[in-house]
Design a protein around this ligand. Structure first.
Ligand code: SF4
Length: 436
């Protein structure tokens, strides 16, 4: 699955482990009792068990051990911030170097894919029909878990391709879209049906879904980037669209002599990487706080600095300069950090008279996504703008559950957390239906 990307500037960052490397690495694992790596994994994959199976050459058994806890094991092996999770918790972290758990997981999942198998135990205890709205990681995980239990599951997706951010919104260097689409194909082998072009509020009515299905799981994700509210904003490219073009319509990626990327989260890092690797001369990330507050992971910050991307911290864009329809600069103002807000982040305030201009010819913004806007029209209660669910992922509407980024006031947003939401929601839906 990976060779095709080796000559691509955005091809997968790390090559796959060779069989010899995987054997050596798997034999370094201490097979810890009550393993901290497993505790640190949001989906609680039995890490020592899958690694042990690699060391004995049982690669399909290893993939089966991963899939028991995480049906999107191939995606998570690539996009998980392992340094912050399993590998960060490995007992070999301090004395030597941690086991490369992510790469071993990818090795096992790639082996199963090459063999054309998706080793998952099926059951037929579940009786009923479930609708899942949204084919991102939360929706697919929930759909797959319910299909495993025997339910008839249909995933309704508004976009042409399933996979959500894994297909459209994560740079190819971390996850090629083919991996995400391959996982969907594997879930379809479990019986999951995916219908594209089905959008809630347009071609789909929640009330109709409630009538036609025994339960509904909403995995709506989030929406477009918010506006900056500055003059010339219409000349700024959207970060997620920029990543999507690089994955789906590469020839449409705009480059510049000097590109400004506004924001300092994972998508901003992806946009800066794309702009730089595809040929822009200079790329500068513009962020209104400092490197201590940026939401990108520390290893991503180190990565992007090594790529030659520059940073302008404590700088907030105030105007896009345009001449004859072309961007000629980004005016910014310097900021200073003050008291902390309710999320314990220092509030940036403008330093008057500190305006300066970056001589950029392309501006991309990646400043997060808006919260789900459909809630009100669907009669769903919200909490801080996200869909409100109880501990069983149940919304205020009967038979309607929700999970993933659209409920993510409950913890950090990430692919693996979305997968875990989907898994836990599937268990809650099953419990509810068998007790009905
Ligand atoms: Fe192996 Fe490290 Fe996990 Fe221990 S903590 S089981 S050494 S991967």
């Amino acid at each position: 699955m990976t060779d095709a990307f080796l000559t691509d500037p955005l091809g997968e960052l790390l090559p796959p482990l060779t069989t010899q490397e995987a054997l050596v690495e798997s034999n370094r694992c201490l097979n810890c009792y009550d393993a901290p790596c497993t505790h640190a994994c949001p989906t609680h994959i039995d890490v020592p068990r899958f690694i042990k199976k690699i060391s004995t050459g049982n690669l399909i058994g290893s993939a089966a051990a991963i899939l028991e806890s995480n049906l999107l094991g191939a995606t998570c092996s690539r996009v998980c911030p392992v340094q912050e999770l399993c590998e960060g918790a490995c007992v070999l972290q301090h004395e030597h170097r941690p086991i490369t758990i992510g790469r071993l997981q990818r090795f096992a999942m790639d082996a199963a894919a090459s063999a054309g198998v998706f080793p998952v135990k099926m059951s037929s205890v579940g009786k009923g029909k479930i609708a899942v709205v949204g084919a991102g990681p939360a929706g697919l995980s929930c759909a797959g878990e319910l299909a495993k239990l025997g339910y008839e599951v249909t995933v309704l997706e508004k976009r042409d391709l399933p996979g959500g951010l894994s297909t459209y919104g994560i740079i190819t260097l971390r996850e090629p879209k083919e991996i995400a689409l391959y996982e969907v194909e594997m879930l379809s082998r479990l019986g999951v049906k995916v219908e594209s072009g089905r959008e809630l509020g347009c071609s789909l009515s929640l009330t109709e879904l409630q009538k036609s299905y025994d339960a509904v799981f909403l995995a709506l994700g989030l929406e477009a980037s918010p506006n900056l509210g500055i003059p010339g904003e219409e000349h700024i490219l959207d970060g997620l669209d920029y990543v999507e073009r690089s994955k789906i319509r590469r020839s449409e990626v705009e480059l510049g002599n000097h590109v400004a990327v506004i924001g300092a989260g994972n998508t901003a890092i992806d946009c800066a990487t794309i702009a730089k690797r595809l040929g822009s001369n200079r790329v500068t990330v513009v962020y209104r706080r400092t490197d201590k507050e940026m939401t990108a992971y520390p290893h991503e910050y180190e990565f992007i600095k090594a790529e030659g991307v520059e940073f302008r911290f404590l700088s907030q864009p105030s105007r896009v300069l345009v001449e004859a329809g072309k961007v000629t600069g980004l005016e910014c103002v310097l900021m200073q950090l003050g008291a902390r807000d309710s999320s314990d982040r220092p509030i940036p305030t403008r330093i008057s008279g500190s305006e300066f201009v970056l001589d950029v010819d392309l501006v991309v913004k990646a400043i997060g996504q808006e919260k789900p806007s459909l809630a009100k029209s669907l009669g769903l209660e919200t909490e801080r703008g996200y869909l409100k669910v109880n501990e069983d992922f149940q919304t205020n509407l009967p038979g309607v559950f929700a999970g993933g980024d659209c409920v993510r006031h409950r913890g950090a947003a990430s692919t693996v957390m979305a997968v875990q939401d989907g898994k836990l929601a599937a268990a809650a839906i099953h419990k509810k239906l068998v007790n009905a």
